[in-house]
Unconditional design. Structure first.
Length: 300
């Protein structure tokens, strides 16, 4: 079904569903704890996937065991840490602010890749990264530079930056995925392992902060993040990347702050601030410099 859709539509749908994830997470933060939302999101995502991949998981169990260390690292960074950090952030910062800070991700990945020995950084990439850092600084300080001098950052924005780092590590590790494990099987493996990793933290949160009421709205929240923000978004993304390649597909990540901002203004009564507009300009410029540098290197 997904393969028949145009790649631009597939990638746009992914950005839309992931942008909605921030809005839903912000909306539910007072009702559902961040670890609880992360745990149940992936628990039900695993249940949705099992009928389609259970046979392959069993058939490829020795391959999965062979690459256990990589799958474990992917689960820690991409399933457990990134999502928990994002939901923790949304308890203390707006969805608009979180997604604008998230827009720095394309310029963080090259740095992580360089540190992990995957790629070299050239002058153009380094310049782009520094320019983007300025934009992130404008947003997390809300345009008030005394925040830096007093070292009084917004906790939520720092959680977003931690999430960006976790996802960047995940993205670099994902390049090492084994050819013998199909993408859907790899995704299911990381989700199942991620659920097991999250389980003790969920128990701790439940014992210390309590659970949440099983209301219709909470059920819809979990249903959305487990299906649309997880399974459907990942399937659309994978199908789109297969058609146009990772470089072109990566540009659609920039639509996430746009969709999240519009949805937040409509459903959460949040507003777009001047510092968002000022901050996004250097972020986009930095992303342009780093991504065009990568493309030029590959062409040459």
């Amino acid at each position: 079904m997904f393969a028949k859709l145009p790649p631009s539509m597939l990638l746009t749908l992914s950005a839309l569903f992931w942008g909605g994830n921030f809005v839903v997470g912000r909306w539910a933060h007072a009702e559902i704890g961040p670890i609880s939302l992360t745990f149940w999101r992936w628990f039900f995502a695993a249940l949705i996937l099992m009928p389609f991949v259970a046979g392959d998981l069993w058939r490829l169990r020795f391959e999965i065991r062979k690459h256990f260390a990589l799958i474990f690292a992917l689960s820690v960074t991409g399933v457990a840490m990134f999502n928990a950090f994002m939901y923790l952030a949304l308890a203390t910062t707006t969805a608009v602010n979180a997604t604008f800070v998230l827009a720095s991700m394309p310029m963080v990945i090259p740095v992580v890749s360089f540190v992990m020995g995957e790629e070299r950084l050239n002058l153009r990439q380094g310049t782009g990264i520094l320019i983007s850092v300025v934009g992130v600084g404008v947003i997390i300080s809300r345009g008030q530079w005394q925040v830096f001098s007093n070292l009084a950052f917004t906790v939520g924005d720092l959680w977003v930056l931690a999430g960006v780092l976790a996802w960047s590590i995940y993205s670099v590790l994902l390049r090492r995925k084994p050819a013998t494990v199909p993408p859907l099987v790899l995704l299911a493996s990381t989700i199942v392992m991620g659920v097991m990793l999250l389980a003790p933290f969920y128990v701790w949160e439940y014992q210390n902060l309590g659970g949440f009421a099983l209301t219709a709205s909470n059920a819809l929240v979990i249903g959305y993040v487990a299906s649309f923000a997880s399974i459907v978004a990942f399937l659309c993304w994978g199908a789109g990347v297969a058609k146009v390649g990772a470089n072109k597909a990566g540009l659609f990540i920039h639509l996430i702050p746009l969709f999240a901002s519009v949805l937040s203004i409509i459903f959460l009564n949040e507003s777009l601030k001047t510092y968002h507009v000022i901050g996004i300009a250097p972020i986009l410029l930095g992303i342009y410099l780093t991504t065009t540098s990568i493309q030029n290197q590959k062409v040459s």
